[in-house]
Design a protein around this ligand. Structure first.
Ligand SMILES: Nc1nc2c(c(=O)[nH]1)N[C@H]1C(S)=C(S)[C@@H](COP(=O)(O)O)O[C@H]1N2
Ligand SMILES: [Mo]
Length: 320
């Protein structure tokens, strides 16, 4: 089979076979790789790209009894539209992303705005490993060991002003490095946002790695945000700018369709997406393979103890 054929096939396999249950396609595709539903050329080495070891201390407050999603899936089944819309596109194309040199600018309503080199940012606080549940708005989920530190550590350095209410995250947008920018799917650069208290919540992780290695490009190298109680699209990848604001930032997805993608986007099984239910999810790539049974989605993705108080008194059907 030619590489192109393999690629085409793998693009067919992942979204369609997993979600429409087209067993025939999978069976014919990659003998042996059945459970993975990834093309055989997705070896660990190919997926890792230029990843380096990262020293991170497991944080005992963030361990899960659930099985972690395999490295192959975490790094081979992605959403990163800057590199294409198929789940296999980021792993196939994100090698063109240049992650050094890289700076992150923190600006807006802060006492000490700064631009930090990625290597300085890496050393700003002790690196922790935390295992988080991740829930995509499309209805699939993973369990991922991330490496990073609470975003609050960085925000405390820049010192938000009294008027600060929101934090905006802005992804790199460079057509030379990101072939997906040719399609106007959403408005580039990819922009996301949190309320300041959400951004300061200890769960919100400034993330540099996964599985004890620096982030593979397809997972948002060299630095991204991870917000585990919200749908995955809130967790912006490959960030170049963090802006502290008074106004609620306009995010790429809420601009795309405000009715389908709210600013809050907390995982909430009782608030359906206009086009589908959010009551259940499928764990991608767990031991049951591509046909994992649906499991019940938990309110705040199971992080209610740590985040529910931030929404006390709010109608979460209105503020979805
Ligand atoms: N810049 C950028 N960030 C992004 C996206 C994207 O397309 N572009 N996709 C989001 C979505 S929908 C999800 S589910 C997660 C997926 O992260 P992962 O591929 O590391 O699992 O990244 C989010 N962050
Ligand atoms: Mo997602």
């Amino acid at each position: 089979m030619s590489t192109n054929e393999q690629k085409r096939l793998s693009q067919e396999i992942t979204p369609k076979a997993v979600f429409e249950g087209r067993r025939d396609l999978i069976k014919n595709a990659a003998a042996g790789a059945f459970g993975l539903a990834l093309a055989p050329w997705f070896s660990r080495e190919a997926l890792a790209g230029n990843s380096q070891k990262l020293i991170a201390t497991p944080n005992p407050n963030f361990v899960l009894k659930e099985e972690s999603t395999s490295y192959q899936y975490v790094t081979g089944y992605n959403n990163f539209y800057e590199f294409g819309t198929d789940k296999s596109d980021p792993a196939a194309y994100a090698h063109s992303l240049q992650t050094r040199p890289w700076t992150v600018t923190i600006e807006g309503l802060v006492k000490k705005p700064m631009t930090l080199d990625i290597d300085a940012l890496l050393k700003l606080a002790p690196m922790e490993e935390r295992i988080y549940r991740m829930r995509c708005v499309e209805g699939w989920s993973m369990v991922i060991p991330w490496d990073g530190y609470s975003l609050s550590k960085l925000l405390n350095q820049v010192q938000p002003l009294g008027s600060a209410k929101y934090v905006e995250f802005i992804t790199l947008a460079d057509r030379k490095q990101m072939p997906g920018l040719k399609s106007q799917i959403i408005e580039w650069p990819y922009r996301e946002g949190l309320r300041l208290d959400e951004a300061m919540n200890p769960l919100t992780l400034l993330t540099f790695g996964l599985y004890g290695e620096t982030l593979p490009n397809q997972n948002g190298a060299p630095v991204r945000i991870v917000v585990p109680w919200k749908y995955g699209f809130k967790s912006a990848k490959s960030i170049v700018k963090i802006r502290v604001t008074e106004e609620m930032p306009k995010t790429s997805w809420s601009q795309f369709d405000a009715r389908e993608y709210g600013f809050y986007s907390n995982v909430n099984p009782s608030v359906d997406h206009p086009r589908w239910s959010q009551a259940t999810e499928r764990r991608i790539g767990d031991s049951k393979g591509a046909f994992a049974p649906k499991i019940k989605t938990q309110m705040f993705n199971g992080y209610g103890d740590q985040v529910a108080s931030m929404y006390a008194g709010m109608d979460l059907k209105k503020f979805y």
